[in-house]
Design a protein around this ligand. Sequence first.
Ligand code: BEZ
Length: 232
Amino acid sequence: MPGILLGDVLPNFEAETTIGKIKFHEFLGNSWGILFSHPRDFTPVCTTELARAAKLHEEFKKRDVKMIALSIDSVEDHRKWSEDIMSFNQDKACCAMPFPIIADDKRELSVLLGMLDPDERDKDGMPLTARCVFVVGPDKRLKLSILYPATTGRNFDEILRVIDSLQLTATKKVATPVDWKLNVSCKGREKWKRGLTGITQRWTVQTQQERDRKSRRGKREREEKKMGQRRR
Ligand code: BEZ
């Protein structure tokens, strides 16, 4: 079955894009990546989404996330559309589109990655691409996928929020609670420790140093208690 599941390595596909031919893994290098698909060039919802993504590109850069979009039109169309998008952002004069768009005019990648929306079709009856979001880790494995139908635009603030969670939970043994945001107090800034069976334990993110110090203190206290018991 075409499509890609959490933990799968994304294929190292070759694609024509607005910055020339790329190989996906080489494009990503050692960074995180986000691949997001769009039903069609020059359509209103897609244009507002890409304009928002372009405005937020510094935020993605700060998180070391390489951005790449996909739509089922040609490179030539994508280039004209990119100008349209930047003028929607009123950035046309100063800025080029800050990330490439893949031209999947044969829908090969869309089929391979399970991106098509069977309910939205073009004038020839061919399915359009859905609004798919794939976040890829530096190991090229899928860390998150969100699939919206063509008729529902995405929320890019939410996408940045989930990237913060993915990056935090990639290095810390924590799970982020409902509506969690980085550096914003949410339920006392506590995270939920994962890996406990049956019990949910509140756990504040600690540095390894703090954890080592606490464990040394605990050991010392246990030893002192034992010595006290022996003396009695
Ligand atoms: C849009 O981008 O406006 C759009 C594209 C496909 C279906 C519906 C809306």
